[in-house]
Design a protein around this ligand. Sequence first.
Ligand code: RIB
Length: 307
Amino acid sequence: MIPAIVVVGSLNMDFVVSVDRLPVPGETVLGRDFQMIPGGKGANQACAAGKLGAGSVAVRLIGRVGYDVFADHLKASLAAAGVDVSAVHAAKSQPTGVALIWVDRRGQNSIVVASGANYALAAADVEAMRKVFRGASLALFQLETPLDTVAAALRLAREEGLLTMLDPAPAQPLPAELLARVDILTPNENEALMLLGRPPARVSRDQAPELAAALRELGVRGVVLKLGDQGSYYCGDTGSFHTPAFPVEVRDSTAAGDTFNAALAVALAEGQPIERALLFANAAAAISVTRLGAQASAPTRAEVDQF
Ligand code: RIB
């Protein structure tokens, strides 16, 4: 039997507009093309894991959608990537989540999420799904569902013996008892600073060891700092090291972090050593930023191997 990854998280339909530059408050800018692309941090991670782990890893997603046309579209995108969506249920009185995204010429974005049904995923719903975790080897979490749901899911995953990986996005402070259930925390610079109660700033590679050590003191077992074009920095039980980024031309950074997490999870579930898993994750994320959109930008295994 192949190892399984469980993803607990959000599904959104992304409304993506390409713009020359991001608007400032009170400003109207004329956009260029518009696309609807399947997204949501949980679904993105599940989809990318499905594509990257095809044949070697099974992927199960726990989430909530509404009773609407977006729900069907999102589930179809995931099913096409080989993701088991039987634990994605419809909430009665909430619409499917949506995200409004502007992407500028440098590939930078601004995102506003209307959570809708994602916030109807309650702790009790996850607790009723223990069987989804059973027998799996690794679980992925993010922060686009209620915090007590994430906490309950982390507890269940730990009880079932899974390795737990938390992407603390969107950035927010987190309680110590939740962080204590995390094996690998994967913040970007701003998320790391937010968790440590520090002001937003650009983090240089040289600052990464101090930042990662400070995050471990919050109670997580290991940290992978995602440093964008500076690569990533790992600090855990087995040591610490930097993995450089692959230089690419950035088209759209949306969901690059999701693809990174998915790739790391797939490689670890396959039993690859952490050094190789992080190289694989950096490569998958590098490919994803060269393409527009969330799930549309996630590469296949063959593409990463060739890259
Ligand atoms: O991480 C990218 C995702 O954030 C987008 O797909 C959007 O839906 C928001 O959830």
